[in-house]
Design a protein around this ligand. Structure first.
Ligand SMILES: [Mn+2]
Length: 382
């Protein structure tokens, strides 16, 4: 019979959900959903008869964890007994001396890898787990540097469990959380690595080595679109593991681009947004409508007014204005006027000073505000 493992990571219990500017009540509902999702993970492990549950870090957010959630977490894992749980602490739930991992009263079926050196725990006679902890939120070491498994043998199956950043090449900068390459994992002798840290599920392979990120069981914001869940593995020594993605998430974040070029007034834009699939099908989702293109000069993008009108039709909707000023900027920059000088200077500053899309967008916002002021129009906040 194959050995079955339910693997998950990055649940982020008590996470703030601040990255997506959700209203406080919705953020609280999302935190509540994370707890429900932990219950569903425990239910799933029991219903499917898991032989073990593995957690690759960021189980909770250490800085925000309430005593109530801590007690809830411990009792949920207690409910899993006798199924063993194996935890590799990550950067958000680092196993420092004051952490719940070091101070909590965990039940016997919970095994916490609290050392920052890889240690081994047997799962069966043939299969064992190797894991280590982030001991601080700023753990930068490669846990596999200079590491080799003792006595490699064809009948023994060692599995790596770790909160780590899979990188293509060894990173020259020092600000990556526990970087590791696929080659590090292969050379260390692990045919299977169960990782956490990336919130989008992914699998990577090199030769006979398989690396699995389950992603976050629930998405934590607009930068985590699509389906989320956990991983179900069936393992038999000598055979490639069977890897199944189990969708579980109740939360959903979707971003939809809306071109404004053909909208001469905001009722046209409103109708266009109402005709989008999310208004009909995604009414359980958090929807971000990203306005793109060039706004015709008559269109006034009054975001608060538009948002208010849309609110009745979405569970949550957020407008983001990434439109370009409609004017021909290169032509304006030629003008021998104060307005021309303004456009020249902002465009030049954008050339030299912009690092990343957010910064680029700030220059475009400045241009849009400035041009509206020069044209003595109402200023539409972006
Ligand atoms: Mn995380």
């Amino acid at each position: 019979m194959p050995f079955s493992i339910l693997h998950f990571a990055d649940l982020h219990l008590d996470g703030a959900f601040t990255g997506s500017r959700l209203p406080a009540t919705l953020a609280r509902n999302c935190r509540e959903q994370l707890r429900k999702t932990l219950r569903r993970i425990v239910d799933l492990a029991q219903a499917r008869g898991a032989h073990a549950v593995t957690v690759a870090g960021d189980l909770f957010e250490r800085a925000r964890l309430s005593p109530d959630t801590a007690a809830f977490l411990i009792s949920e894992f207690e409910r899993l007994a006798p199924i063993p749980v194996f935890i590799a602490p990550g950067n958000h739930d680092a196993a420092d001396a004051g952490s719940l991992y070091q101070r909590g009263r965990w039940p016997e079926n919970v095994n916490i890898f609290a050392s920052n050196r890889l240690t081994e725990r047997p799962l069966t006679k043939e299969i064992s787990l190797w894991s280590a902890a982030h001991r601080s939120p700023s753990e930068r070491q490669n846990f596999l540097s200079h590491f080799h498994l003792p006595q490699p043998s064809s009948t023994h199956l060692p599995i790596l469990l770790l909160h780590a950043t899979l990188v293509a090449t060894p990173s020259p900068s020092n600000n990556t959380h526990a970087p590791v390459t696929l080659e590090d994992i292969r050379q260390a002798g692990f045919p299977l690595a169960l990782l956490g840290h990336y919130h989008t599920a992914q699998t990577a392979r090199a030769g006979n080595t398989v690396v699995v990120y389950p992603g976050s069981p629930e998405p934590l914001g607009f930068d985590e679109p699509g389906q989320h869940g956990v991983i179900w593995l069936q393992i038999e020594p000598g055979q490639p593991p069977k890897i199944e993605t189990v969708p579980l998430a109740e939360l959903r974040f979707e971003t939809v681009e809306v071109a404004v070029d053909d909208c001469n007034h905001r009722d046209q834009l409103f109708d266009k947004m109402m005709a989008l699939p999310p208004a009909r099908d995604f009414n359980q989702a958090f929807v971000r409508l990203r306005l793109v293109g060039s706004a015709p000069s008559s269109l006034f993008l009054d975001l608060p007014v538009l948002t208010q009108r849309l609110q009745n039709h979405f569970a949550f909707v957020q407008l983001e204005n990434l439109t370009q000023p409609a004017a021909d900027l290169q032509q304006l920059a030629q003008e021998p006027t104060v307005r021309g000088a303004f456009v020249r200077e902002v465009l030049a500053a954008r050339e030299t000073g912009a690092d990343g899309p957010a910064s680029q967008q700030r220059y475009m916002d400045a241009l849009a505000y400035g041009l509206q002021a020069f044209n003595q129009e109402d200023i539409a906040l972006r």
